[in-house]
Write a protein of this length. Structure first.
Length: 288
């Protein structure tokens, strides 16, 4: 009876999981229609999930195949970044505006929102003016999808090696980010936490509370540092907005820095909880 219960709780197939995300990305970027903001956002998320899952296949398919596929998927997602960033900046400003109680600052945020909405329309227009680039993007995804049919499926050992690599790199990057708090290092720590969350989510058995708790911690870090990254982009944008007065820029940047400090502290607390676990203990929990 116990054996039947265990077999019914199978882990997801890593290669099929990757192919599912690539297929969904293609669906969002259907060549027969103009992609909307939501479709671009969803396609980009599916590509990021695919790249995270790809890391679990690295030992099974070998470094050359992994690097080739990873490069194609990375390059495919790049043209979508402008639309995504424009949307993220608007959302970041809206959150800041909703948090502040200062009337003058809310007014500055509203003015900035109007400017960013114009930038968002421009980013969308620029993407749609390049249909050849969208076709190239689709071909890259289709190419990886075709290549993946021939790949060796991940074994328990090869997937386990992928988790170990992701976890060790993530812990190292978190320690560095927690020490120096530099934008590029914080962003890399965010990506590593997301890779780990995705890897554990793919390999965890259903209702595996120990692993799912770690998934929650990794997601919390990624969310906090993702918001922090958007605010870092916003800060750079505000610095170049000459249409804003000096006092408006100063007020907005001060508010951005206060919020970033809060987000970084939150990520730091969650990171210590996530990465205090020894690599061996995490893998044993994944195998149990």
């Amino acid at each position: 009876m116990a054996k039947r219960a265990t077999s019914a709780r199978r882990r997801r197939d890593v290669k099929q999981d990757l192919r599912r995300h690539l297929t969904r990305a293609l669906g969002e970027l259907d060549g027969g229609r103009t992609p909307q903001d939501r479709s671009v956002h969803e396609a980009r998320k599916e590509l990021k999930r695919a790249r995270s899952t790809l890391r679990l296949l690295r030992d099974a398919i070998g470094d050359p195949a992994y690097r080739r596929a990873n490069r194609k998927l990375r390059d495919a997602a790049r043209p979508l970044s402008g639309v995504r960033d424009a949307k993220a900046l608007l959302e970041a400003v809206a959150k800041l505006r909703s948090r502040t109680k200062k009337r003058s600052l809310r007014s500055h945020f509203s003015a900035l929102e109007r400017q960013l909405r114009t930038s968002q329309k421009r980013a969308r227009s620029e993407l749609l003016k390049r249909p050849a680039e969208l076709r190239k993007l689709r071909r890259s995804i289709e190419s990886v999808l075709a290549e993946s049919r021939q790949w060796t499926p991940a074994t328990r050992e090869s997937a386990r090696a992928g988790v170990e690599r992701i976890y060790r790199k993530g812990r190292k990057m978190f320690a560095r980010a927690d020490a120096i708090r530099r934008d590029d290092v914080l962003h890399e720590s965010r990506k590593q936490a997301k890779y780990l969350s995705r890897a554990l989510e793919v390999l965890a058995l259903p209702r595996d509370d120990v692993i799912l708790e770690q998934v929650g911690r990794a997601d919390s870090i990624a969310d906090a540092l993702g918001d922090d990254h958007d605010l870092a982009l916003l800060r750079k944008r505000v610095m170049t907005r000459r249409s804003l007065s000096a006092s408006a820029r100063a007020g907005i940047i001060a508010d951005i820095e206060r919020r970033r400090a809060q987000l970084q502290r939150k990520a730091s607390r969650r990171g210590r909880g996530l990465y205090r676990c020894k690599t061996k203990a995490l893998l044993e929990a994944l195998d149990s």
